[in-house]
Design a protein around this ligand. Structure first.
Ligand code: CTP
Length: 399
């Protein structure tokens, strides 16, 4: 990362504020300096001393601090950054941003900046779902603010739902890809499939798998950062769709195929979804009841192979069709035979044996397999794999 990159971090008040200390440290690993504004509420959760000890710089708190005004006015502070990052962003600061208030240093800097703004919300699930917060979110998105997260899960307040601050590593990856983006896929269109599918047994039960969708979402995000027009067709996940994608939610493999076909023609098609190979042929239309302890007999029939179907389209086939191979053994050999069998151009071969922690984890160990070559991309975050893939795609389409 370029030595001169600078992110103005605004820490607003919330229990997740302590996670920003890790964000600051990880940004520095990428040589990104991090001048910080700590709001009054933010200072209730982390001390200015701990922030400045990590950032190695002054922590700005007061709009009317004359020393700060002499050293670096609030306008200069916001203009000298390459990106303004609000993390964690409370419902309150999002509301202030949406309505253009400027009654403290943080909101003044946000109103005065001419730089891109990224927001990582963190709040109680009810506050997040409140129509007021959702309306503010839409306003911010319309103005081009990049939103990262929130994630779903158990909250510090004891409740469960969407509102959890994204993992610091994920946020830092988003910042790094944002700062690195080179728009080298501008004008290109892409289809990405992601997540698991769900195949009904009856109206309340289904068969699915452990796919988190993280790799597919990271790829969609990296493609958007590179300027591509992206359709993300996804089974149910806990992730928020990346900003800027055309998002198509689906449940079954049949729906995934229909939505993927509808997204064509595209220049690029990447199949990261973990599709159920079979669906229940005799799925019940009513909830199956227990019958004297007798287990119901399920019959299965094959699902369509979405990757193979689209790779074999004669007219309007995407220029680059990329599949994944999730393998627990004979990684390269199995990936090569999948490449041939499914008629795709590249396979990203993924070692999903338990020891790698790939399934559901934040990192993966990928090999790029082509018909005549293969290369290991090593163990890295799913965001890094996504960026490397986008770089490889851009090279391929250029040449
Ligand atoms: N795939 C697909 N439709 C299916 C099954 C798989 O589009 N019905 C795609 C996946 O998105 C992935 C690739 O095919 O890009 C390979 O998926 P994988 O699960 O590794 O392979 P399978 O074809 O399911 O083969 P197997 O389970 O025998 O390894």
């Amino acid at each position: 990362m370029n030595q001169n990159k600078r992110v103005l971090l605004i820490i607003s008040g919330g229990i997740a504020a302590y996670k920003c200390l890790e964000v600051i440290r990880r940004l520095q690993d990428h040589n990104i300096s991090c001048p910080t504004i700590l709001t009054k509420a933010g200072a209730e959760f982390v001390t200015p001393l701990s922030v400045s000890a990590l950032s190695g710089g002054k922590v700005f708190q007061d709009l009317f601090d004359l020393t700060d005004e002499q050293e670096m006015g609030h306008i200069r502070l916001s203009r000298e950054a390459d990106l303004v990052l609000v993390a964690p962003a409370t419902a309150d600061i999002m509301a202030k941003m949406a309505s253009g208030q400027a009654n403290d240093l943080a909101t003044t800097a946000l109103l005065a900046t001419d730089k891109p703004v990224m927001v990582a919300p963190a709040m109680n699930p009810m506050m997040w779902q409140h129509p007021a917060t959702q309306a503010n979110l839409e306003t911010l998105k319309e103005r081009g603010v990049t939103i990262v997260g929130p994630e779903s899960g158990d909250m510090a307040c004891g409740e469960h739902g969407a509102g959890r601050f994204v993992e610091p590593a994920v946020l830092v990856s988003s910042v790094v890809s944002f700062l690195n983006q080179s728009q080298n896929l501008k004008g290109k269109t892409a289809l990405v499939t992601a997540g698991p599918t769900r195949e009904a047994i009856d109206p309340v039960r289904y068969i699915s798998n452990h796919s988190s969708g993280k790799q597919g979402y990271a790829i969609a995000e990296a493609l958007v950062s590179a300027g591509a027009d992206v359709t993300l067709v996804s089974g149910p996940t806990k992730l928020a769709p990346p900003t800027g994608v055309n998002f198509v939610p689906i449940n079954t493999a049949d729906e995934l195929l229909a939505a993927s076909k509808a997204a064509l023609p595209t220049d690029i098609a990447i199949f990261a979804a973990a599709v159920a190979d079979y669906k229940v042929a005799n799925a019940a239309t009513q909830k199956i009841k227990k019958k004297d302890g007798k287990a119901p007999k399920l019959e299965f029939e094959a699902n369509p192979d979405i990757l193979a179907t689209i790779a074999s389209i004669k007219k309007g086939r995407p220029d680059l069709v990329i599949g994944f191979a999730a393998e627990t053994e004979n990684l390269i050999k199995n990936a090569q035979s999948k490449l041939k069998k499914k008629d795709c151009d590249w396979i990203l071969a993924n070692d999903v044996s338990e020891k790698t922690g790939t399934f559901g984890g934040d990192a993966s160990e990928v090999h790029l397999v082509k018909s005549n070559a293969n290369e290991s991309w090593g163990h890295q975050s799913k965001q890094a794999t996504a960026r490397q893939l986008v770089e490889a795609i851009a090279q391929e389409l250029k040449g």
